[in-house]
Design a protein around this ligand. Sequence first.
Ligand code: SF4
Length: 232
Amino acid sequence: MISSHLSCQMINFVANIRYKNMTTQELRNQRLADKLIKNLQRRHYDAYYCSDRESLLQQVRQLIPQGSSVSWGGSMSIRDTGITMMLKNGNYEVYDRDDVTTQEDKMRIYRKAFECNFYLASVNAMTEDGVLVNVDGNGNRVAAIMWGADHVILVVSLNKVCQDVDAAMKRARSTAAPTNMARFDFKTPCQVDGMCHDCKSPDSICNYITIQRMSHPAHRHIVLLTPEPIGY
Ligand code: SF4
């Protein structure tokens, strides 16, 4: 009894040092991230918390060896963080669909992504216990997340964390997809009022919806959690 009381005191002491000088928001983010990392690790993901943009870039540099081949889909999260620019300016073999103009060349890059050492993406929502939800139009992004590249790095803003799969699905369908759609000049109901109408439009970007329970093979997926409000 005494020793368990002492060990609790020790844990509190270590936690107090670690959390000292954090704002209330930072404290909540750190505690949430600590819990999410444990839940992701139970699902065989590698996971890290990057408390700001610079630490996110540094973590990506540590994870991707120089000379690696790298690709990504249309993720705004990856672009917003500066990761794509950093990789393009570094010593990496980069396959970026934004560098080509013809549909034929874009398809070549989509296919090349399956052979790369690293594929970078985000998710549209994640549950508190580590299930990942994605909505995709062409399917190239979700396909590359599920199979192909040796490793997949997923940058996930804490504002995409939802209580359970139902809430994650709602976020992906009602918030992420209509917001993402606003970038394009397509004819879908969400272009008119910003709400999802579960349309059957040929222009829909909600054709493939994936729920990812675990990382397989173990450690293939690496989740980088960030408090930065990036992506949709
Ligand atoms: S209205 Fe259609 S394209 Fe828009 S979010 Fe809903 S299903 Fe997706």
